[in-house]
Structures are given as structure tokens and as C-alpha cells.
Design a binder for this molecule. Structure first.
Ligand code: ADP
Length: 364
């Protein structure tokens, strides 16, 4: 009897210990979730709110205890957040908050350790300060670039005058040419910076439904002399027509940047190919995919995530003597994203690079 009793008691003790451990773990998890400044809200597959932490109160104005266990679309009336859950696409996006602040929203699919789907969760982080800083930086750069424009033009003009009026000796002429080249580099930089500012501020050339094909052909025509100089083969594989909504002048600028980079970063004898193809989407919408690929130097894996950043240039012995501002790809990405498109890059060091641009097809 005593042995049986002891066995029973010890089993009960073990169960209660396991229960205590579980309760402790749950308390720790709730403690961590409750103290974080990021708002976390999760919905199960049936659409019920599984979890909402304390930060949802101040970020979204929701009381966590009144929303848990209830249908999310019933208790959340804030449109952008509802949209995020309705779409349910995992990834990172920016979400304006009801009080005007801006949050970075990370949507994830929640699965058990055994891989069974549980639902969707969104983590919201307040990035208002970062956005304000970025805006201040952009405003500063725009003002400075604007003010630099006239003095640079004056320097270039004076260098020309000096060369014409000065002594005819090769050393002097070379120095004047150096001043002119440097002024030209600065002028390019300023133009690029002003372009980015304008496109980011949405103050740019009007967008209209346009055929991408003649624009791509024009871009190829502009870059062709550079390609011929380096004996690089420029190939085009374009459809008869591809209608997208964009500002033709900007789209041409984006394509020239990509094709010209292909030529710049490919050694003589290489090849740069521009192709465009149409693919139909599910809801009647379609996508035009443009690829610019080259057989050039390639971009090392560690640099790939940064090549679209402003002023980023790959540092290597192979690229050291190639002139550039590090702004071309930043402009290209701004142009592509301003018309709802996406751009990505793939590269295998030493064997070439492919830039892929996806643009939504203009609806009839
Ligand atoms: P840059 O004026 O320096 O060409 P970009 O913004 O156009 O500026 O490109 C940023 C950097 O990305 C370049 O400095 C170069 O190192 C790298 N890059 C861009 N395109 C290519 C390419 N097709 N092949 C290899 N490297 C490239």
C-alpha cells in the first residue's frame, strides 16, 4: 500500500512540476512580449486574435485583453492593418500608424516546431525617428546640391576660358582639362543627387502608359558607342510591345544606368544582353520583366545587398580605375519603385551580373 501510495504521490509531484515549468515558461514569454516596445499581434487560421501584447495599446489604440480570442477583422478597424492581415503576404513593409507615426511591419507565418501552420503574426516597430532623420538628410543633400550647381558651372566655364586664353603648352592644357573633368564629375554627382531628390519627393515628370520597347532601344542606342569602344557585344531580345505606366525619360535613365554599368564593369570582348518578356498575373494584371545581364566582373556576395545604396561602390583592384558616383543604381531603384516595380540583382563573382526589373503592365 505504502509503495503504491508513494508511486502515486511521486507521479502527481512530477505532473505538478511539469505544470509549474510550463507556467513559468509561459510567464517568461508573456513578460518578454509585454515589456517590448514593439507591438505584436497574432491571428490564428480561423481569423481569431491569438495574442496581442501591451504595446498594441499605445501603437494602435487597441486594448489587448478585449481583442484576444475575438475575430481580428471585427476588433481591428484600422484599414492598413486589416489589409496587411487580409493579404497575409510574409515580408517587411511600412505601415502608417493612426496617429501619423510610421511603423515597420514584419509579417510572419507562425508554425509549430513540427511545421503545422498556426496563423499569421505581425510585429510593428516605430521607425518615425529614423524616417524623420532620413527626411532631414535628404532635405540637406537637396539644398546643398542645388547650391553647388552654379559654382561648378562657373569652374567648368573658367577652365575652358583659361585654356583658350592661356599659353599653348601641353602641360597647361592638360591641367585645364583636369579641372574640366573634375568639374564635370561634380556636375554629374549634383545632377544625380537632384534627380533622386525629385523622384523621392514625387515631384517628377508625369507618368503615363507608354511602350517600353522604343525606350529600351533608345537606351541601347545611347550606350552602343561605349560598347563599341570596348568591343563589347550589345544584344537585345525585346518583344514587339510592352505597355507600362512610367515617365519615359526616367525609365530611359534607369535602363541606360543598367546597360551602361554592364558595359563599364565588363572587360573587352564580353557581352551585355537586354531582354524583356511579359508574364500574365492571376488577376488579369501582368508583369514586364526586363533583364540586363553581362559577362563581366560580377559583384562579390558581401557587396550585393548594398549596391542600391546611395554612394556605394564595390572596392576592388578591378573596379578601382572605373569612374562613377555610386548613385546610378540608387536612382534606378528609386525610379523603378516609384512606378510600383521591383529590382533585384544576382551575380556570380567573375562570371557576370544580372539585374532584373519587374514592372506592372499598364491596365487598359
Ligand atoms: P557607379 O557610378 O559606381 O557605377 P552604381 O550605383 O551604378 O554606381 O553602381 C554601384 C556599384 O555597383 C558600382 O560601383 C559597381 O561596383 C557595382 N556594379 C554595378 N553594376 C555592375 C555590373 N553590371 N557588374 C559589376 N559590378 C557592378
Amino acid at each position: 500500500m505504502a509503495t503504491l501510495l508513494a508511486a502515486g504521490l511521486s507521479a502527481a509531484l512530477e505532473t505538478s512540476q511539469a505544470y509549474q515549468t510550463l507556467a513559468d515558461e509561459r510567464m517568461t514569454m508573456l513578460g518578454v512580449l509585454g515589456s517590448t516596445a514593439d507591438a505584436v499581434i497574432a491571428m490564428n487560421q480561423g481569423g481569431l486574435v491569438l495574442l496581442a501584447n501591451g504595446a498594441v495599446r499605445q501603437m494602435l489604440g487597441l486594448a489587448p485583453d478585449t481583442v484576444e480570442g475575438r475575430p481580428l477583422l471585427e476588433v481591428v478597424d484600422y484599414g492598413p492593418l486589416r489589409e496587411l492581415f487580409v493579404k497575409g503576404t510574409p515580408g517587411i513593409s511600412e505601415l502608417p500608424l493612426p496617429d501619423g507615426r510610421i511603423a515597420q511591419a514584419s509579417m510572419v507565418q507562425v508554425v509549430t516546431p513540427f511545421g503545422e501552420p498556426v496563423g499569421l503574426a505581425v510585429v510593428l516597430r516605430d521607425i518615425t525617428l529614423l524616417k524623420n532623420l532620413e527626411q532631414m538628410k535628404n532635405d540637406f543633400v537637396n539644398t546643398v546640391s542645388h547650391d553647388l550647381k552654379s559654382p561648378i558651372t562657373v569652374i567648368a566655364g573658367l577652365a575652358d576660358l583659361l585654356r583658350m586664353a592661356g599659353p599653348t603648352n601641353p602641360g597647361f592644357e592638360k591641367q585645364c582639362q583636369d579641372i574640366r573633368d573634375t568639374a564635370q564629375h561634380m556636375a554629374d554627382l549634383v545632377t544625380d543627387l537632384l534627380d533622386i531628390g525629385k523622384i523621392e519627393a514625387g515631384l517628377d515628370a508625369a507618368r503615363e502608359p507608354m511602350d517600353l520597347v522604343p525606350v529600351a532601344e533608345e537606351a541601347l542606342r545611347i550606350v552602343r558607342p561605349n560598347a563599341q569602344r570596348k568591343t563589347i557585344e550589345l544584344r537585345a531580345d525585346l518583344p514587339a510591345e510592352a505597355i507600362v505606366t512610367a515617365a519615359p525619360i526616367r525609365l530611359k535613365q534607369a535602363l541606360v544606368n543598367l546597360i551602361d554599368n554592364g558595359v563599364k564593369y565588363t572587360p573587352s570582348g564580353g557581352k551585355v544582353t537586354v531582354s524583356a518578356a511579359f508574364s500574365a498575373g492571376g488577376d488579369g494584371a501582368g508583369t514586364v520583366t526586363i533583364r540586363v545581364s553581362d559577362t563581366g566582373l560580377g559583384i562579390p556576395a558581401r557587396d550585393l545587398p548594398h549596391v542600391f545604396d546611395k554612394f556605394y561602390r564595390v572596392k576592388s583592384t578591378a573596379t578601382r580605375d572605373i569612374a562613377g558616383t555610386g548613385l546610378g543604381l540608387a536612382i534606378t531603384r528609386t525610379i523603378v519603385e516609384s512606378v510600383g516595380g521591383r529590382i533585384r540583382v544576382e551575380s556570380v563573382g567573375g562570371t557576370g551580373t544580372t539585374f532584373t526589373v519587374e514592372l506592372p503592365v499598364a491596365r487598359a
